[in-house]
Write a protein that binds this ligand. Structure first.
Ligand code: GTP
Ligand code: MG
Ligand code: NA
Length: 452
């Protein structure tokens, strides 16, 4: 039944869960990285991607590694847990072949845990639950980076009981959502039951079993389903559109199928149609490096799915993060692509008001997130765009009748020369921050004070 001629592609594993439950820390443990420490405000605000070669996974599993697998590795997608970033969680969920739902075992289910679960249900994504932070269970003694079952066997009864109770609570919660779940070592049929793997992303306890179960799932669910074979046509999704020094506008993308080559013509979904351009360069992060923070990209001639890469192409103005792209060969391809994607543009909607603040952000993902947050806080938005703050924005903001709206909210962008002087002249206030919650907080606080 197996088709040996076909190349198995790297499965995409998305990590989802409530804010601060340990998604990035877990990935840091696996990739031996320090991404968490570099994040502004201690939260993830973009989608990340890290390719972990199978050799590295084998090394972590060591003694418990049982069989040979054909998978080249796993491509992990990190997502933000902060409530504002529903759009990015959905994007991460939509991309996933498999997922890890991470839950802080001491806190249990939280709003974004539930949201993540409903995303996984919508896309019918097989997933495992990582019950994280077991090292924080009172009386738990961590022996270090070892399999969970080994650590568990070394614990006092009081710690064991506490863990067992927490796991039962999780099983109950998952049951409420229609999933039958159990601790991984009590499961025989992984296709019918959701495995819960107790871990500590900090000490590494349980991470070997987590990876082993994931690799097993990837083989079992996907090997024969053809979804894991590389087909011809390159298909991908754009994570972020970014201006890079010396390269102009580039796109961080996840290639989820096919092989993409330099020189390929690609069609990209735009808000008002399809853009056709060609690939001028493909930049690959090093294995086990987070693409979002990588500085030493390798230039390659081609890349096989799944992979996170940076694309250089002509004429990327107006391309939206979250858009699909596809390699094309003929006019007919373009037409088919256009039809298939027509409804997707409708989902990204930026409606604005006549009177309201001006919003500028670094990416479309953060733009969508901030629009949602501001609307939740009852704040009207006059203009919302990706890009640095320029003098036009000052004029735009100053034209508001209400002083409380003569404001520019700038997330992770620069003020272009002259903007500060201009803002002062026109009585426009600029709130600028790199952390979504402190940006919103300082603006809302100022507004409340001014109202008094
Ligand atoms: P967002 O991306 O912002 O949603 O957060 P996250 O889920 O990526 O969580 P993150 O990795 O940023 O971890 C949040 C905090 O929890 C950090 O201070 C971590 O050091 C801590 N943490 C994560 N995992 C563990 C764990 O297993 N044990 C303990 N004690 N602390 C942990
Ligand atoms: Mg994170
Ligand atoms: Na965090």
């Amino acid at each position: 039944k197996k088709d040996k001629d076909k190349q198995l592609r790297t499965p995409i594993v998305s990590v989802l869960g409530h804010v601060d439950h340990g998604k990035t820390t877990l990935l840091d443990k696996i990739r031996k990285g320090r991404v968490t420490a570099k994040e502004a405000g201690g939260i993830t605000q973009h989608i990340g991607a890290t390719e972990i070669p199978i050799e590295m996974i084998k090394n972590i599993c060591k003694d418990i590694w049982r069989k040979e697998v054909e998978l080249p590795g796993l491509l992990f997608i990190d997502t933000p847990g902060h409530k504002a970033f529903t759009n990015l969680r959905r994007r991460g969920g939509a991309l996933a072949d498999l997922a890890i739902l991470i839950v802080d075992i001491n806190e249990g289910f939280k709003p974004q845990t539930e949201e993540a679960l409903s995303i996984l249900r919508t896309f019918r994504t097989p997933f495992v639950v990582a019950a994280n932070k077991i090292d924080k269970i009172p009386a738990w003694q961590s022996p270090g980076f070892v399999p969970f079952l080994k650590s568990y066997s070394m614990q006092e009864d009081i710690a064991k009981n506490r863990l067992d109770n927490k796991i039962y609570e999780l099983i109950g919660k998952l049951y409420e959502f229609g999933f039958s779940a159990d601790r991984f070592d009590r499961i025989t049929d992984f296709t019918r039951n959701v495995a819960i793997i107790p871990i500590s992303a900090l000490t590494g306890e349980g991470v070997p079993e987590l990876l082993l179960v994931l690799v097993g799932l990837a083989q079992r669910f996907l090997e024969d389903s053809l979804r894991l074979h590389v087909s011809g046509k390159a298909k991908g999704t754009i994570l972020e559109v970014k201006e890079e020094k010396g390269m102009g506008i580039t796109c961080d993308v996840i290639l989820y199928d096919g092989t993409l080559k330099v020189g390929d013509r690609i069609a990209i979904a735009m808000r008002d149609g399809v853009k056709v351009t060609h690939v001028k360069g493909i930049l690959k992060p090093r294995p086990s490096q987070e693409m979002r923070l990588e500085s030493k990209f390798r230039s390659v001639k081609s890349v096989v799915a799944a992979a996170g890469v940076k694309l250089i192409a002509a004429d990327l103005e107006g391309v939206l993060a979250g858009s699909e792209f596809e390699a094309i060969e003929s006019e007919k391809d373009i037409e088919e692509f256009r039809k298939r994607l027509e409804k997707e543009y409708e989902e990204i909607e930026i409606r604005t008001d006549e009177e309201g603040v001006v919003l500028k952000t670094d990416t479309l993902g953060s733009l969508e997130a901030l629009i949602n947050e501001l609307k939740d806080a009852g704040i009207k938005i006059k203009n919302a765009e990706v890009g640095d703050v320029d003098k036009r924005d000052v004029i735009e903001a100053s034209a508001n009748r209400d002083e409380l709206n003569r404001v520019i909210i700038a997330f992770s962008v620069k003020l272009l020369p002259g903007v500060e002087e201009e803002a002062e002249k026109y009585g426009v206030r600029v709130f600028r921050d790199e952390i979504i919650y402190s940006l919103i907080d300082s603006f809302v606080k100022w507004r409340e004070e001014e109202k008094r």
